[in-house]
Write a protein that binds this ligand. Structure first.
Ligand code: GLU
Length: 484
């Protein structure tokens, strides 16, 4: 493993895997795969009230769907297991106890209301509403006796009152934070569970994380982390804070902007490779112009140096476009498997994939390059597997009124004699009937297309009939399914 690079994605399982989290996971994964390092997945579930197993499952599924795999973490295990923070409590407690013994932290016995009153008083005195550190002045012996007697308490970090804490960020360069603005923040809560700020530092060190790559919403936490690394005697990792993702109105991307969870895009039929490609471009670029990358090319091209610090705007149209580009590059066989999965997901009872794979691949081949997503493909092909097509009322009104039904019944009679059942022979039979009826071939082809597919647009209709088979084609011509 070159350089021993170890990165992690550390989601809090309190909801879906959203675009921002997926991008963070992807950049960590790309960096690990590019450098031959390790990608670790750690679940930060210390907020018992907000965490759920369902959310853990959703996040893992979302990551897998995107095409990411992890070297250590849930399901795969690893040398630093467990990878759920809720199962690592002893470690945090031991490190907190060590810090208290060394003077870097102290038990605080102030009840939440008392802390609130202190903040109020500070505010009234024109200062920042920070906890004033009073329990830090209790002599250690006395504090230890009160803890031993079972008095409720939290553990607070003894944060310096003066000077600056420096952060060297790979993306943003050097940042300085004034220590006087930081209060003595809580490391371990009254229930014995660690806060995010404490657990993240203890775990990143224990798991040997060399690069902390995460969203820039964590920048304000970073000085606390740096101070903790120093107080605990840990080696500082490198930090890289990824630029914010905005909605079209330039505010932070949120539900208000529409679909934001990876699963929603999966349901829309976005391809994982398209999603990965698009997420990669939200903050990173190779040369400012290349847009289309396969996952393999991304791994080759990715570097943290080319991640910018400016926010990027999430553009669902561009995501759909990129997904379409990846779609057209799939082989017919891959499309056949994908369309099978998509139609099955829509509740259509299809024969097993292996039973219809060649026919599906042939159908998909007919669609050509115009089709760019699973929903579009389902729209074109769904009728093959339905009892009767789902008729488009406009197409029916335009092409199946008047004499059309009678002509189609006539055509069906002629088609009964077509053998072998092949596109060319079907077309010849149709043209012959049109001539006999004294009408243009088009006046029979359009009704045929709508009667068979339900739509006024389809791939070559004679090939469609060939693949559908003689019985089904004729049943659709005579069954008048479009009438109700
Ligand atoms: N658990 C944190 C979150 O979901 C991430 C922590 C980190 O990357 O440092 O926002």
């Amino acid at each position: 493993m070159s350089d021993g690079i170890r990165v992690r994605f550390a989601p809090s399982p309190t909801g879906h895997l959203h675009v921002g989290g997926a991008r963070t996971a992807l950049y960590n994964w790309l960096y690990a795969r590019k450098t031959g390092g390790a990608f670790i997945l750690r679940i930060e579930d210390t907020d018992a009230a907000r965490s759920s197993e369902e959310s853990v499952r959703g996040i893992l599924e979302g990551l897998r769907w995107l095409g990411l795999d992890w070297d250590e973490g849930p399901d795969v295990g690893g040398p630093h297991a467990p990878y759920f923070q809720s199962e690592r409590r002893e470690l945090y407690q031991a490190e907190a106890a060590r810090l208290v013994a060394e003077g870097g932290a102290y038990p605080c016995f102030c009840a939440p209301e008392a802390v609130e009153a202190i903040r109020e008083a500070e505010r009234a005195a024109g200062r920042d509403p920070n906890y004033d550190g009073r329990c830090g002045r209790i002599p250690p012996g006395e504090a230890a006796r009160r803890v031993a007697a079972g008095e409720p308490h939290v553990i607070r970090f003894r944060s310096p009152d003066e000077g600056e804490t420096l952060l060297f960020d790979v993306i943003r360069g050097k940042m300085a934070f004034r220590n006087e603005l930081l209060e003595d923040f809580v490391l371990v809560k009254g229930d014995g569970l660690p806060t995010y700020n404490f657990a993240v530092v203890v775990d990143d060190d224990a798991m040997g994380i060399t690069h902390v790559i995460r969203g820039d919403d964590h920048i304000s936490n970073s000085p606390r982390h740096v101070l903790l690394y120093q107080a605990l005697g840990y080696k500082l990792p490198k930090f890289a804070h990824l630029p914010m993702i905005l909605g079209a109105d330039k505010t932070r991307l949120s539900k208000r902007h529409g679909a934001t969870s990876v699963q929603e895009f999966e349901k829309q039929g976005i391809l994982p490779a398209g999603m990965m490609n698009y997420l990669a471009l939200l903050g990173w670029s190779l040369d400012g112009k290349t847009e289309l990358f396969t996952p393999r090319k991304l791994v080759e091209a990715f570097s943290l140096k080319r991640v910018g610090s400016n926010p990027s705007v999430f553009d669902p149209d561009k995501l759909a476009w990129l997904s379409g580009e990846h779609f057209t590059r799939l082989s017919d066989d891959e499309k056949a498997a994908g369309i099978h999965a998509f139609l099955t997901g829509q509740g259509l009872a299809l024969p097993p994939l292996d039973a219809i794979r060649p026919r599906l691949a042939a159908l998909v081949g007919l669609m050509g390059k115009r089709i760019k997503s699973w929903p579009e493909a389902a729209e074109r092909l769904g009728h093959f597997f339905r009892e009767r097509p789902d008729y488009d009322p406009e197409a029916v009104a335009e092409h199946l009124g008047g004499e059309a039904a009678g002509r189609l019944a006539d055509l069906a009679g002629r088609l009964a004699g077509v053998a072998p059942w092949e596109a060319g022979a079907i077309e010849a039979a149709l043209r012959e009937r049109a001539e006999a009826m004294g009408i243009e071939a088009a006046a029979l082809i359009h009704p045929l297309r709508v009667a068979v597919t339900g739509r006024s647009v389809s791939p070559d209709i004679f090939s469609v009939c060939e693949l559908l088979g003689s019985d089904l084609t004729r049943a659709r011509l005579t069954g008048r399914g479009w009438e109700g």
